[in-house]
Design a protein around this ligand. Structure first.
Ligand code: TRP
Length: 362
């Protein structure tokens, strides 16, 4: 059995720096290290529709946004299969079979689903499709026999359910599916990048995101107005780095090389932190540093994005080819699934022979 990576995003908006540090950057590394036999990255449009059923145009528009974000961040269709969930009908089929192996109350206990139901005010009226999406997600993973799912902590309950379903399937019908493990982001800053306003999380609805597709001017506007330390009024005042968004971002993005290049007065972030804490370092200087660091990181991404934007039909082509290739893998698993579940009637010549015998004797 090979090592297979699979992960994806709901195409409900462009990707931002939170996505980048939380997962996209890691995916590109994993892809380039090549330690895995196969890597799949997909857009979960069926899942996106479970709470956007009345807004398919939003999903349709964001497919291309997310694809551009993937490709410009460095995902390479030669090394990694990019596909769209809805184009693999086998995923819906497997979802249906897996639904028989889990109870309503088991899904109800999923803390991520609970929070989402609250956030969307679904309490009184949960769409059934939305309720079932954790099962559909288990199908996404098991249809590719994925061993490793890079994802955020909020996805842990989904992976746990997926493992249970795979185990349950194998016990009931025979060994076909693979139990995956989650691969969490390396460190705390990567796990949750706060918004530019200092709020817990970057989120489109809060308007506190820096997008991968933002140009340099937009990034500077956002960095300039970033939340810092409200007690740091005069430059000479001692500053606080805890809960100071500029420092959280520097933590997530800056390297010692960045200091050598842009602010050689300090060897690294620790030295800057010490000086800021002691007093005498203005917020604006830190923001300028952060702006340079972010733009240095985004520049190559922007450049690739520009190139990809010149040939949008080619992007659809990449997604189509990726979806065809992904479908072959899923179809192989589904053929094993049907066989194990004894619903492969027409491929089972033994079955046909036995039935013929049985009725001849009567
Ligand atoms: N639930 C994930 C999210 O909200 C998207 C997703 C769907 C996914 N299917 C998946 C992630 C399978 C990893 C594996 O971002």
């Amino acid at each position: 059995m090979g090592k297979v990576i699979l992960t994806g995003d709901r195409p409900t908006g462009k990707l931002h720096l939170g996505h980048y540090v939380g997962s996209l950057r890691r995916r590109v590394q994993l892809q380039n290290e090549g330690d895995y036999d196969r890597m799949f990255v997909f857009m979960a449009d069926i899942q996106a529709l479970t709470d956007n059923a009345d807004n398919p145009e939003k999903i349709r528009q964001n497919i291309i946004e997310v694809a551009l974000d993937y490709l410009s961040a460095g995902l390479d269709p030669e090394k990694c299969t990019l596909f769209i969930q809805s184009q693999i009908p086998e995923l819906s089929e497997l979802t249906t079979y897996l639904m028989n192996l889990v109870s309503v109350s088991r899904v109800q206990r999923n803390p991520t689903v609970k929070t989402e139901i609250k956030m969307r005010n679904f309490e009184a009226n949960i769409p059934l499709g939305f309720f079932c999406y954790p099962v559909s997600q288990a199908a996404d993973i098991t249809a590719f026999k994925a061993t490793t799912v890079p994802a955020g902590e909020d996805q842990s309950p989904m992976i746990e359910l997926c493992r249970e379903l795979a185990r349950r399937f194998n016990q009931t019908y025979g060994e076909v599916l693979v139990e995956p493990t989650i691969m969490l982001p390396e460190n705390a800053t990567a796990r949750r990048l706060p918004g530019t306003d200092g709020k817990e999380k970057m989120s489109k609805s809060l308007g506190n995101c820096i997008y991968l597709s933002d140009d340099a001017d937009t990034v500077w506007q956002k960095v300039r107005s970033m939340y810092t330390d409200p007690t740091h009024v005069n430059v000479s005042d001692p500053g606080h780095v805890e809960g100071n968004t500029v420092f959280t971002y520097l933590e997530a993005f800056s390297t010692d090389d960045d200091f050598a290049e842009y602010w050689p007065e300090f060897k690294n972030l620790d030295e800057l932190k010490a000086a800021y804490t002691a007093g005498g370092i203005g917020d604006m200087k830190c923001k300028k540093m952060l702006n340079k660091v972010i733009n240095k990181m985004l520049d190559p991404i922007r450049q690739r994005r520009k190139e990809f934007e010149q040939d949008i039909p080619e992007i659809y082509n990449i997604l189509k080819k990726g979806s065809e290739s992904a479908r072959e893998t899923a179809a192989q698993t589904l053929s094993e699934v049907r066989k194990a579940m004894k619903i492969n009637y027409f491929e089972d010549s033994e079955l046909i022979k036995q039935q013929a015998e049985k009725y001849k004797q009567q």
